[in-house]
Design a protein around this ligand. Structure first.
Ligand SMILES: Nc1ncnc2c1ncn2[C@@H]1O[C@H](COP(=O)(O)OP(=O)(O)OP(=O)(O)O)[C@@H](O)[C@H]1O
Ligand SMILES: [Mg+2]
Length: 270
């Protein structure tokens, strides 16, 4: 057999191994212990008797560091319920929520409040900024509530605002900022101090499409820095920023799709 042929075969073999590795990483569920957020058999039932509504039914979901998972589904399918249970704002009727290896059901109220301040960032459709505080003060507030000194809180707030391109607007009040800028302040507040889990419920819902896209880009880059994110959205083009899209219907996960990393690698190999 000629050296050329063998070399060709060896190259092909190496290519195949790269493709295999790409396929494996594209279909990675990270080992569960790495997950920043894990929902295990989570159900939520509202009301009682004939008025019972099952908002979530036996949902399993894990989100790894650096991963953004989009949640889609019709109105009433349980998206907001899932997000608020993931953030400990309400309890599941059954099942477990684990954030950074801590089962929320095992935390008392103080531990829960601390975990929420240190690990979780929420971003809502209506921004939820405090109008009487500047951008920097809004971002610094959760740090100060957590006992940080005002100078170091200010420094961290400025860094977080820089990371969403709003460093120069640190001393501006919310009503002097555009909707997109306000939402970027909210994203800065959600990630400040190294929060690991960002929960966003239709963060682009009140924005025009260009601004919405810019906000998604910011969110994506914060996640790329190592946070984990859950994003509720109605818009496919915003879900396209996610690594994975989970579809809910009547409180159940009915489908799941992944961005396929293998394609990209195949192009590099050819
Ligand atoms: N506090 C509550 N009490 C009773 N039922 C509730 C409550 N919150 C939500 N539900 C019900 O649970 C189901 C899921 O609601 P949820 O708000 O999670 O839906 P959603 O997917 O976020 O919808 P939307 O796209 O309209 O925001 C719905 O049938 C809703 O009516
Ligand atoms: Mg909702």
């Amino acid at each position: 057999m000629s050296g050329d042929l063998r070399g060709g075969r060896r190259r092909r073999r190496a290519d195949e191994e790269r493709i295999d590795a790409a396929a494996r990483s594209a279909s990675r569920p990270e080992p569960a212990s790495d997950a920043v957020l894990r929902l295990v058999g989570v159900s939520r039932v509202y009301g009682s008797g004939e008025q019972t509504v099952t908002a979530l039914a036996d949902v399993d979901l894990a989100v790894a560091p650096g991963e953004l998972v989009a949640i889609m589904g019709a109105s009433g399918s349980g998206k907001s319920t899932l997000l608020s249970i993931a953030g400990g704002l309400q309890q599941p009727t059954s099942g477990d929520v684990v954030v950074e290896q801590r089962a929320l059901s095992a935390l008392d109220a103080r531990e829960m409040a601390r975990l929420r301040r240190r690990s979780l960032g929420f971003v809502f459709q209506d921004f939820n900024l405090i109008p009487t505080l500047t951008a920097a003060e809004n971002v610094a507030l959760p740090l100060e509530l957590d006992g940080a000194g005002s100078r170091s809180a200010r420094r961290m707030a400025e860094a977080a605002l820089d990371s969403v391109g709003l460093g120069p607007r640190a001393d501006t009040y919310p009503d002097e900022l555009s909707g997109g800028q306000q939402q970027r302040v909210a994203i800065a507040r959600a990630v400040v101090g190294g929060r690991r889990l960002i929960l966003a419920d239709e963060p682009t819902g009140a924005l025009d499409s260009v601004t919405g896209e810019a906000v998604m880009k910011m969110l994506r880059s914060r996640i790329d820095d190592g946070a984990a994110g859950l994003l509720v959205t109605h818009e496919a083009r915003h879900a396209a920023w996610a690594d994975r899209v989970v579809f809910l219907r009547d409180g159940r996960i009915i489908d799941e799709s992944r961005r396929d990393g293998a394609d990209e690698l195949l192009r590099g190999v050819r």
